[in-house]
Design a protein around this ligand. Structure first.
Ligand code: PEP
Length: 254
């Protein structure tokens, strides 16, 4: 079993290098001594070096929000897993719903990115989740299963280096999270599908919930049996709110 909850922050396109330094000055003292949960922050690419430097002597890990699948070459505007590794990233988020829906990323492209990131030794957080229309059409489980199967194609043996984030698109950035029991139902289904992909490693995967997580709902969400962490957008931008979520995870783990 993966032993610690993963409390991850996705900053999206927020915070310059200077703002990143400011964040950690405030945040690190608030979570000092907490080592029973894993803490991860994923800043924009240009702020990664500041974040790595600021967290050098802490338990906080730094990741990226995206990558390309080639190592190098004529791919204007892209960043490779090799580059992310060298600047100190431990994780990369792949297939976030904003990448899928705003930037048109397909499951096939996402799968290439997953494979490439794993090859470079990064851990991957693969995001899956249905739109409101898909949920209302009763397609939640079909969509999630397809995204999992296509996204993880060929990496079944490496499941122990993958985390999944279940992020219902209708709950991201809306302030309206899924009900904890509603999320739990999908998380249980995801573990069942991961078990079909690799029965030996499925329980080493942490399936995180993402979508309007805040200090006021984190306890109810993290108390569900198949929810092994959270991926937090808006509430990870403020040191005190993200620290509160980390502390809630830590208390539930204590
Ligand atoms: C996210 O960006 O992955 C996310 C879950 O955002 P928010 O917490 O703001 O809904």
């Amino acid at each position: 079993m993966a032993e610690k909850l993963l409390i991850a922050g996705n900053w999206k396109m927020h915070k310059t290098p200077a703002q990143t330094e400011e964040f950690f000055k405030e945040f690190l003292p608030l979570i000092e001594g907490i080592n029973n949960v894993e803490i991860l922050i994923c800043p924009p690419f240009v702020s990664i070096p500041s974040a790595v430097e600021a967290t050098n002597n802490s338990y906080v890990k730094i990741g990226a929000q995206n990558c390309y699948f080639e190592k190098e070459g004529s791919f204007t505007g892209e960043v490779s897993p090799v580059m992310l590794k060298e600047v100190g990233c431990k994780y990369v988020i792949i297939g976030h719903s904003e990448r899928r829906h705003l930037f048109g990323e397909s499951d096939e492209l996402i799968n290439k990115k997953v494979i490439s990131a794993l090859e470079e030794g990064l851990k991957v957080i693969l995001c899956v989740g249905e739109t409101l229309q898909e949920r209302e059409s009763g397609l939640t489980f079909t969509v999630v299963e397809t995204q999992l199967k296509l996204g993880l194609s060929g990496v079944e043996d490496n499941l122990d280096r993958i985390e999944i984030a279940y992020e219902p698109v209708w709950a991201i950035g809306t302030g309206v999270p899924a009900q904890p029991e509603e999320a739990q139902e999908v998380h249980r289904f995801i573990y069942q599908k991961l078990g079909e992909l690799n029965p030996k490693k499925a329980d080493q995967v942490r399936v995180l919930y993402g979508g309007s997580v805040k200090p006021s709902n984190a306890e109810a969400i993290l108390s569900q049996p198949h929810i092994k962490g959270v991926l937090v957008g808006g509430a990870s931008l403020k040191p005190d709110s993200f620290a509160q979520i980390v502390r809630i995870g830590s208390q539930l783990s204590g």
